[in-house]
Ligand binder design. Structure first.
Ligand SMILES: Cc1cc2nc3c(=O)[nH]c(=O)nc-3n(C[C@H](O)[C@H](O)[C@H](O)COP(=O)(O)OP(=O)(O)OC[C@H]3O[C@@H](n4cnc5c(N)ncnc54)[C@H](O)[C@@H]3O)c2cc1C
Length: 482
C-alpha cells in the first residue's frame, strides 16, 4: 500500500470504455428540462472529481442511436456492477444494456475508499460478493486456499480484501462488463421521452426503456463545525473519503515531526486507518466521542430476511421506515478484531486512544525551540479543554446521511435527480428518498438500488448484500420482460 498517492484525477480512460462509447449510443441533439444546476450543487467527493473527459472527435461524430437501450444502469460501483451481471444472466442482450459512470473503471470508488482505509478484511461474510452464486467466492479461492490460510477470517468467513477484489475483477472480466461501461456522468433525465427515458450525460444523450439508479449514497463528507475555520487558517485537515487524501505527505510529516496523525471518528474506517498509519511507520491518535462500540456487522443479521423485514414491510409510513433504518444501523462501531487491534496498539503504546473526547478546534502554536506546530483542541467529558500536538488531522466522520433533507449535502446521483423527483412528484418520503414499489421501481421504468432503495430493502440496502437483495427483484423484472 505504501507509495500510493490518492486522488481521482489523472486516471487514464480505459480503452474498453472508449470502445464502448463508439457503439453509437449517445445522442447529442436533445435538450433536457431537468439539468444539474452547478450553482446549487455543493461540493462533495463525487462532484469534486473531474468530470468525464471532453468529447473526442469520435464522440462528437456520433450519430443518434435509432433504438433505445433496454436497460441503462447509472453507476458502476458495487451495486451497478453486480446488477448488470444479474441482468445479463436474466437474458438482457449485451447490445441493449450499458453502465454509465464517470470513473475510468467499474468499482473505482469502492477500490479507492477501501484502499485508503488500509482494511485487510471485509466486514461482511464471504457469501456477499459480486458473483451470482453465493458460494462463488469460496470456489474462486479454491486452489489458493491450499497455499494461504488467511483468505477468510472468523466464523462468518470474511474475505481478504485482495481476494474480494481479484474475484470482482474476475466477474467483470468473465462477463465482459467493462465493455458495457460508458464513461460519463448523468446530469439530467426526462422520463417522458418516446419509448422511455431520455438521459442527459456530460458526453451526450442516451435513450433507454428502463433506467436502474445505482449511484451510491451521495452526501458530502461530514465535517464537524470547527473544521471550516481551522482549515481557513491552513490547518492540515483532510477527510478520509474526500476528493484527495495526501497519504505520502501525511505519513512523511508524521515520521519527520514524530507527532501523531490525529484520526477523528469512532467507526471501523477510523480504526482501520489509525492502524494503517502505525503499520506504515507513523504514530496516530484515535479520537472518539464515545467508548469503543463493538459490533460484528453494520446491522443485525435479522435484517437480511423475514425476521426483521416482515414488520418493516408491514410499516406503511415512510418516515417510520426511515427511523427504523437509522436506528438499525450500528453507526460508529467496529467489529471485534479491529477494536481488539486498536486496544492492543494502545496498550503497547503505539496508539494514543482517547474515548469520550470531542475535538473543537485546531490552532498553530510556537514551540519553545521557536518552530511552530499544530495543536488539536479537545473537549473531554468533564468539559475540560486539552490540547494535543499533531502532524495532521484526518476526519473519518463518515459521509452525510439521510436525516431530514439532503438539501445541503448533495443527493445521491446529483441534485438534478432530487429536483426531477420534486417537480414530477415521484413518490418520495419526508427525507427526500424514493418510496419504491416491491420491484424497486420509483416510477414506471425507473428502478433504484443501494442507498436510494433503503426504504424498501431496509437497513442493509447500501451494503454488498443489499445489492444481492435488490438483484432478486430486478432479476424478476427482467425475466418478466423477456
Ligand atoms: C471503506 C468502506 C468499506 C466498506 N466495507 C463494506 C463491507 O465489508 N461489506 C459491505 O457489505 N459493505 C461495505 N461497505 C459499504 C458498501 O458496500 C459500499 O459503500 C459500496 O461501495 C456501495 O456500493 P454502491 O454501488 O451503492 O456505491 P459506490 O460504490 O459509491 O458506487 C456508486 C457509483 O455511482 C457513480 N455515480 C454517482 N452519481 C452518478 C451520476 N450522476 N452519473 C453516473 N454515475 C454516477 C459513482 O461514480 C460511483 O462509481 C463499505 C464502504 C466503505 C466506504
Amino acid at each position: 500500500m505504501r507509495g500510493l498517492v490518492f486522488g481521482f484525477a489523472g486516471r487514464a480512460t480505459s480503452v474498453s470504455s472508449e470502445a464502448a462509447l463508439d457503439a453509437g449510443v449517445f445522442d447529442n441533439r436533445f435538450a433536457f428540462p431537468y439539468r444539474q444546476d452547478r450553482a446549487t450543487n455543493p461540493s462533495r467527493p463525487v462532484d469534486a472529481r473531474p468530470s468525464s473527459p471532453p468529447p473526442s472527435p469520435v464522440h462528437r461524430a456520433m450519430h443518434r442511436a435509432e433504438r433505445p437501450l433496454d436497460w441503462l444502469v447509472v453507476g458502476g460501483g458495487i451495486h451497478g456492477t453486480h446488477l448488470t451481471r444479474v441482468l445479463l444472466e436474466a437474458g438482457v442482450r449485451r447490445s441493449r444494456i450499458r453502465v454509465v459512470d464517470p470513473e475510468p473503471e467499474l468499482l473505482a470508488v469502492w477500490t479507492e475508499h477501501t484502499t485508503r482505509t488500509g482494511m485487510r478484511y471485509l466486514r461482511s461474510p464471504g457469501v456477499h460478493h459480486l458473483g451470482l452464486d453465493p458460494f462463488d467466492l469460496f470456489r474462486f479461492a479454491g486452489r489458493r486456499r491450499a497455499r494461504r490460510r488467511d483468505l477468510f477470517k472468523g466464523q462468518r468467513r470474511r474475505p481478504l480484501l485482495s481476494l474480494f477484489q481479484d474475484h470482482a475483477r474476475h466477474v467483470i472480466g468473465e462477463s465482459g462488463l467493462q465493455e458495457l461501461h460508458l464513461r460519463a456522468r448523468v446530469t439530467g433525465m426526462d422520463p417522458s421521452g418516446p419509448g422511455g427515458f431520455r438521459v442527459e450525460t456530460d458526453r451526450g444523450g442516451l435513450h433507454a426503456r428502463r433506467v436502474l439508479l445505482c449511484v451510491g449514497g451521495g452526501g458530502a463528507p461530514s465535517d464537524p463545525s470547527w473544521v471550516e475555520s481551522a482549515r481557513s487558517q491552513g490547518a492540515p485537515i483532510t477527510h478520509l473519503f474526500g476528493p484527495d487524501l495526501p497519504w505520502e505527505d501525511l505519513l512523511e510529516q508524521a515520521r519527520r515531526t514524530g507527532l501523531p496523525v490525529a484520526v477523528v471518528g469512532g467507526g471501523i474506517s477510523a480504526g482501520q486507518f489509525a492502524l494503517r498509519v502505525i503499520h506504515d511507520g507513523g504514530t496516530a491518535a484515535l479520537l472518539l466521542r464515545h467508548e469503543l462500540r463493538v459490533e460484528s456487522l453494520d446491522a443485525d443479521p435479522g435484517w437480511l430476511g423475514p425476521k426483521n423485514l416482515k414488520s418493516f414491510h408491514a410499516e406503511t409510513d415512510p418516515a417510520t421506515r426511515r427511523h427504523l433504518v437509522q436506528s438499525a444501523r450500528h453507526r460508529g462501531s467496529m467489529p471485534p478484531e479491529v477494536a481488539g487491534a486498536v486496544r492492543a496498539c494502545a496498550e503497547a503504546g503505539g496508539l494514543d486512544l482517547r474515548c469520550n473526547t470531542n475535538p473543537v478546534g485546531c490552532h498553530r502554536t510556537t514551540t519553545s525551540c521557536g518552530g511552530d506546530r499544530w495543536e488539536l483542541i479537545l473537549r473531554t467529558e468533564g468539559d475540560e479543554e486539552r490540547t494535543v500536538p499533531v502532524s495532521s488531522v484526518v476526519l473519518a466522520t463518515g459521509i452525510g446521511h439521510a436525516t431530514d433533507t439532503y438539501a445541503d449535502s448533495g443527493f445521491p446521483g446529483g441534485l438534478w435527480l432530487q429536483r426531477l423527483a420534486r417537480e414530477r412528484e415521484f413518490p418520495t418520503a419526508p427525507c427526500g428518498f424514493p418510496v419504491p414499489d416491491s420491484a424497486l421501481q420509483w416510477i414506471e421504468g425507473l428502478h433504484v438500488s443501494g442507498a436510494l432503495a433503503e426504504l424498501e430493502v431496509g437497513p442493509v440496502a447500501k451494503n454488498i448484500v443489499g445489492a444481492r437483495m435488490a438483484a432478486r427483484r430486478i432479476d424478476a423484472v427482467a425475466r418478466s420482460l423477456s
